[in-house]
Design a protein around this ligand. Structure first.
Ligand SMILES: [Zn+2]
Length: 172
């Protein structure tokens, strides 16, 4: 018995090492990228706004201010473009990783779509998926741009969910 216990523990230890590797090599790096870039983009926007709001009554100085602002905005745009290219790489890698895990199957099965709830845009009826753990959240419709508070505890959404489940059952 002790041999089998030790054997199992060794396997568990191997898993533990692999988890650490996978986390550091993918998840931690991507999380870090996301939080840093979000923060940087917010800072850039604030920086541009502050510059824009600064009043300059002297026409000569104002002219210089506008030139400087233009240059700053140009720099911000090229910086954001760089992040965008970087983000595409991360996105592609994460998608590959996701597909790979989904392909392995058990025990790495595709997570249940039930982690999402369907909410409906109040403006044009577009269906949006929001995480189930958020009982309410502000969303922007990708189709019409309408912003609204999606309440996933709302009865209407639960009806939608049931309908989806029934559809799935019929398909299988
Ligand atoms: Zn809409």
């Amino acid at each position: 018995m002790s041999i089998s216990v030790r054997g199992t523990q060794e396997i568990l230890f191997e898993i533990d090492k692999n988890i650490t590797f996978v986390k550091n090599a993918s998840l931690n790096i991507v999380e870090d990228f996301l939080s840093k870039k979000h923060r940087r983009i917010r800072n850039l926007i604030t920086q541009a706004k502050i510059m824009e709001d600064e009043k300059e009554y002297d026409p000569c100085l104002n002219y210089l201010k506008i030139l400087k602002l233009k240059q700053t905005i140009k720099n911000i745009i090229s910086e954001i473009d760089r992040y965008s290219m970087e983000a595409v790489k991360y996105k592609e890698s994460m998608t590959k990783l996701k597909c790979y895990i989904a392909k392995i199957g058990e025990p790495f099965i595709t997570p249940d779509t039930n982690i999402y709830r369907i909410v409906v845009c109040r403006n044009d009826g577009t269906k949006l998926r929001i995480p189930k753990d958020k009982s309410w959240t502000t969303v922007k419709c990708p189709k019409c741009g309408y912003k609204f508070v999606a309440d996933s505890t709302n009865n209407f959404n639960i009806i939608e969910q049931k309908r989806n489940r029934a559809k799935k059952r019929n398909q299988s």
